[in-house]
Design a protein around this ligand. Structure first.
Ligand code: M6R
Length: 349
């Protein structure tokens, strides 16, 4: 049931604060231990974690990589499932595998799992569907508690995936962060943004071309990949996510008058670098949008969000980009919940 919302996608975007609270409730408040010590030990004793996924789940995997590397200090590689299945990289001696999948049915991941199991290695599936094939076939599973995601474009599952990665990494790191209150802060920041957002106007005024670029550095680069996928899959605007510093090495040639370039800026150490990359595009006629945090804002920045822990900033930074995609598609009169050529779960290789 869509309730007051015109589309499932919009409903699911607005559900995100409550999804975060449900994840907190299940993992951090209730007495039951969802994350078994056996799983913790498997990860702790591995010399490298391989994250396998597709699409949006892979983008959550990139954030997961950053969280695990920073908090746990184990190297993490993220691989495209369909590539990993048939072009397996050289593995370390004690690898551990994390499969990330909203549906738990993605065929590319099932192909990976077969190969990994043949080699006798241990696996964890992070999924929204605990009865799914990938949940059943892995050694461990962690549930997202996002509730059924109906829209083809994944939103709330992505947020939940990052939350679960953060909780898992923090638990392995012996709770070095007060994760409960940091996640709560993210939920509140999303709520505050959603209450006052005027994204439809921005989308109308600035997303007027058939192409678009997102740029960011570090975690914001990962968010830019996810933001680009979301915009292209439902609005059919050709969109690319770029490491902000990389644009000038070729792709800037594509910037014309009014080409939209959207910068994601949540990290203070590299905020000015990204701003100067954006200025370069501005000078070539780009129509720019800045999405940033309160403590980093400059006058005239278009979208300013409340500050949150920088580790978790991707959960917040992605929300305006979901709405930009939604309103761009709405304005074009497209089938938002069921974009052309796509299925909710991709069960063929
Ligand atoms: O169910 P999964 O998480 O395994 O699905 C992976 C991708 O097919 C999925 O994230 C897809 O990219 C979405 N349509 C993105 O919005």
């Amino acid at each position: 049931d869509m309730g007051e919302y015109q589309h499932y996608m919009l409903k699911e975007i607005y559900e995100q604060p409550s999804v975060i609270r449900r994840v907190i409730q299940n993992y951090l408040t209730d007495q039951k231990e969802i994350i078994k010590s056996e799983l913790i030990n498997e990860i702790k004793n591995s010399d490298r974690v391989y994250v396998l996924a597709a699409g949006t789940s892979m983008h959550a995997g990139y954030v997961g990589k950053a969280l695990i590397e920073e908090l746990v200090n184990i190297p993490v590689e993220v691989h495209i499932a369909s590539e990993f299945a048939y072009h397996m990289p050289l593995l370390t001696k004690n690898p551990f595998f994390i499969l990330v999948s909203q549906s738990g049915e993605t065929a590319d991941l099932r192909a990976c799992l077969l190969n990994i199991k043949n080699k006798g290695f241990k696996t964890l599936t992070i999924t929204n569907v605990k009865t799914s094939t990938l949940a059943r076939e892995a050694d461990f599973y962690l549930e997202l508690f996002a509730g059924p995601e109906i829209a083809v474009a994944s939103t709330k599952a992505y947020i939940a995936q990052i939350a679960v990665f953060a909780i898992l990494a923090n638990k392995i790191a012996l709770n070095s962060i007060d994760i409960k209150s940091e996640l709560n802060r993210v939920a509140v920041a999303i709520e505050i943004f959603l209450e006052n957002q005027e994204i439809s106007i921005l989308a109308h005024e600035k997303l007027t071309k058939q192409n678009c670029f997102y740029i960011g550095r570090g975690l914001d680069y990962y968010t830019s990949l996810e933001a680009a996928l979301k915009l292209k899959e439902i609005s059919y605007i050709q969109t690319e996510g770029f490491a902000a510093g990389e644009l000038k090495h070729g792709t800037i040639a594509l910037i014309e008058d009014k080409t939209p370039v959207i910068a994601l800026i949540s990290n203070k150490d590299i905020a000015l670098n990204t701003r100067s990359n954006l200025k370069e595009t501005n000078a070539r006629g780009a129509e720019t949008i800045i999405i940033t945090l309160e403590s980093l804002k400059h006058k005239d920045d278009e979208i300013v969000l409340n500050d949150v822990n920088s580790f978790l900033a991707p959960m917040l930074m992605v929300v305006p980009t979901q709405l930009l995609a939604y309103y761009a598609a709405l304005e074009r009169g497209l089938d938002i919940d069921k974009p052309r050529n796509l299925a909710k779960s991709v069960t063929v290789e």
